[in-house]
Structure formats: C-alpha cells, structure tokens
Design a protein around this ligand. Sequence first.
Ligand SMILES: C[S@@+](CC[C@H](N)C(=O)[O-])C[C@H]1O[C@@H](n2cnc3c(N)ncnc32)[C@H](O)[C@@H]1O
Length: 245
Amino acid sequence: MTLSMLNIPSYTIAEPAMKTRRIGIPLTDELGAYIDRWGYKETPAMVQCREYTSTIARSLMQLSPEQAALLQILAQIMGARNILEIGTFTGYSTMAMAMVLPEGGKITTLDISEDYVNAARTFWKAGGVEDRIDTMIGDANASLDSLIAQGKAGTFDLAFIDADKNDGIDHFNKCLQLVRSGGLIVVDDTLAFGRVATGPQEGDHPAIVDMARDGHPENMHIHGCDGIDMVLLHFSNGMTLARKR
Ligand SMILES: C[S@@+](CC[C@H](N)C(=O)[O-])C[C@H]1O[C@@H](n2cnc3c(N)ncnc32)[C@H](O)[C@@H]1O
C-alpha cells in the first residue's frame, strides 16, 4: 500500500538553507496591556486564580489567559467530553477547559504536588466546576500508566501536556495512546523562551536550561512521529498542536 492510497501526503522537509520569511512582532508592555483588554475573556474565579498565583513562587508556570482561551476554543470546536491534563499547578488551565465541557464531560488532571492541587480546588469551587474535575496526585508517568492499565487508551478527546519537561517524550507517547483517533495533544513551552534554537545561555534559570537542552528533543520526537499532523506555534512560550490521525 502506498502513501497516496492512504490519502496521507508525503511532506517535504524544509532545508535549513531555505529561509522562510515570517512576521514577528515584539511583545511590548503596551501590546501586553492591549491583549489584556481585548484579547480574551475571563470569569471572576479565573481572575481570582491568577491573582493568587501571582503572589506565589514559580507563578510564571501558569498558562497565559490567551493560551487558556485557545484551549477552550479548541476543546469546543472538537466537542471534547473527555480531557486529560498533565500539570495542574494552581488550576487555571484545568478550570478554563472544565468550563467548556458539555454536560457529563470530565477533565482528569495530573500533578505531583498535593499542595498545588489543594490550592486549585478553592478556585474550581469558586468557578462552579469542581464536579467536572478528577485529580490524580503523583508522578505523571505512573498516573498515565495507570490510566492505560485501566483500559482508558483511545478514550480522551484532548490532552494538554504542561509538566516536567524532562519526561516530555514519555508523556507525549503515553498521551498518544490515551487520545482517540482524531484527538488532539497540545504541548506547552515548546520554544523554551527561544532557547531551543540557541541552546541555554549563561545565567538562564535552571528550568530554562532543562527545557532547552539539546534543542528540546521532544520537538524532534513529535516532528518525527508517524500518524500525527502537527504544528509548533510561535505563541506564548511555544505551543505544539498534534492531531492523532
Ligand atoms: C507549568 S505547571 C502547570 C501549569 C498549569 N497548567 C496552569 O496553567 O496553571 C507544571 C506543573 O507540573 C507539575 N509537575 C512537575 N513534574 C511533574 C511530574 N513528574 N509529574 C506530575 N506533575 C509534575 C508541577 O508540580 C507543576 O504544578
């Protein structure tokens, strides 16, 4: 059987010498304020969650509101009823996706820190979405294995990966098993503050060094994966969308 019989195009990989022209605009404070005014919509509970998170260490781990709005739109377009999230933190992205679930829909969110998840519950309650959220506390690889062992492979419409970048390839492979055909995997931080292209620089935060090491092998893994369509978006800190065929 040939690729053309399967209706899957054979792609040309752009040679490094072939320079693609792109428009990029610097994200100034003024532009950030403009996006804050006109770029997304938030409920009071979402604002409460962001305000709380801005006061704690590692607040930068939180998704931006426009990223959360994109996840909501993707989930709605797909009619997602069953969502998987890796990396709960204080619950902002979980709440955003839970809000757009249809009646009876569920989001299962995984995190290693019980403290973060406990903080998240306050905001989920305030937002009226706590009944739509199942939590799994522990190392994400073990939780994903447990979901696979429970027979949940192929049952999730959408998976959002936003946890430990060192385990990114394992998380992606396990999510690929867990999402259905036609399902979507969204991976955050895939441009690692631009360091994927340059490698870590002196003085970088250890988290950025981890993310950017060896050009972020997770990106190369996703790009080389059979059976998916993918795009790495130059959006926020880089967001990759991968659709399972
Ligand atoms: C970037 S934050 C998630 C942000 C969240 N999606 C949001 O929008 O607020 C990453 C989270 O992954 C969790 N994490 C890190 N390593 C993990 C692991 N090995 N297993 C499960 N969770 C992990 C951290 O505790 C942290 O809460």
